[in-house]
Design a binder for this molecule. Structure first.
Ligand SMILES: [Mn+2]
Length: 369
């Protein structure tokens, strides 16, 4: 029995302000990645399709995002009429007001679709001998703590959840750091755990996976430039997991160019060289160029060189790094100091801040090793 695991679709995501035929180009990219994924799912024909949160990019998605989701669900229904689609809401799908179910809840009314947005839901498919427990974001931030148990009568038990993982305790941690809602991810209990929230695909514990986002929808796409995006399938009988890449818009993060103060005119040349060296060109790509040691008031040195490349790329970001190569930048030192101060202060506060303390500690360079 094959299950498909998608997450972090972020339908309705918009960035960079490039518009084509009235539509934000990145929003169209994200919708295209979703439809590509749906086509691939149709070819694979799994027994069930799981979406582990952040279906939409924000709690009030644009209408175009609702249409994109409805079209995707319709394609699945037509091609795979017997395959249930099970979605658990992520933080992005969850409005702040607890009485507001969010747009995703409307899709819960469709036959063959479960869109779980408020409380944890357990669904048993006797035809498939499968039980799926879906834990939406809201059920982890509002008491009482969700009751999450496998069904002993089912051959297959699958958990779908949204949040961060505490690796030591093997538990799912809510992203609302004030709550201590935890649930066990013990692999003896579950045949597969499908998680959402992290945009990088990875196996966090045996049988516990983040499928990652379908496109580079984070605030810093550069950090995901080399990361493949897509979704995952698992054959529960053999335990074989497969990743299915989705080809979104290319993101290029270029090696930093050191500014030579004694030869300022060299900078334009270097910028041109670096941009021309991009394999396949920069056309229609999202590109970041970094320059080390260029004082912000000397940006005029780049006058005349950037517009041409800005026209060719979808987006060209110029980042000034004041870091001398090989040293810790001022910024890093500053965030390091901030992190230690936060830890000191929060340690004196009440226990609800444990998770926050942990998070800040994780940011400290000492923990990164
Ligand atoms: Mn997300």
């Amino acid at each position: 029995m094959i299950i498909a695991h998608l997450s972090d679709l972020h339908l309705g995501y918009r960035a960079f302000g490039n518009v084509e035929q009235g539509r934000n180009i990145r929003e169209a990219d994200v919708a295209r990645a979703f439809h590509q994924a749906i086509q691939r799912v149709v070819e694979i024909a799994p027994s069930v399709v799981l979406v582990a949160g952040d279906v939409f990019d924000r709690p009030e998605p644009p209408h175009s995002a609702l249409v994109a989701l409805a079209q995707g669900l319709q394609s699945l229904r037509e091609a795979l009429p017997d395959t249930p689609v099970l979605m658990a809401a992520g933080a992005r799908d969850t409005p702040a007001g607890s009485a507001d179910p969010g747009a995703l809840a409307a899709f819960d009314t469709l036959p063959g679709v479960e869109a779980v947005t408020a409380t944890t839901r357990s669904i048993h498919y006797s035809r498939l001998d499968l039980n799926v427990v879906l834990v939406p974001h809201r059920s982890t931030i509002q008491g009482p703590r969700p009751l999450v148990e496998p069904n002993p009568d089912a051959r297959w038990n699958v958990l779908v959840g949204y949040g961060s993982v505490d690796r030591e305790k093997r538990t799912l941690v809510s992203n609302a750091l004030v709550s201590d809602a935890l649930l066990s991810l013990d692999s003896d209990d579950w045949d597969y755990v499908a998680l959402g929230h992290e945009h990088f695909r990875r196996e966090v514990a045996s049988g516990v996976y983040y499928a990652g986002a379908l496109e580079r929808v984070g605030a810093t796409p550069w950090e995901e430039a080399a990361e493949e995006k897509g979704f995952q399938t698992c054959d529960l009988e053999s335990g074989q997991v497969r990743f299915h890449p989705i080809h979104g818009r290319p993101v290029v993060s270029l090696e930093p160019i050191p500014f030579e103060a004694d030869r300022p005119e060299r900078l334009r040349e270097r910028v041109r060289e670096v941009l021309l060296e991009v394999p396949g060109g920069i056309e229609e790509k999202i590109v970041r160029i970094r320059i080390q040691g260029l004082p912000a008031e000397r940006m005029d040195l780049l006058d005349g060189v950037l517009p041409e490349y800005r026209r060719r790329a979808l987006h060209l970001e110029v980042q000034l790094d004041d870091e001398p190569p090989g040293h810790l930048s001022q910024d890093v030192q500053l965030s390091r100091r901030l992190a230690s101060k936060l830890v000191e202060r929060l340690a004196g506060e009440n226990q609800n801040f444990d998770a926050l303390v942990e998070l800040v500690q994780d940011c400290l360079p000492e923990r990164q090793r």
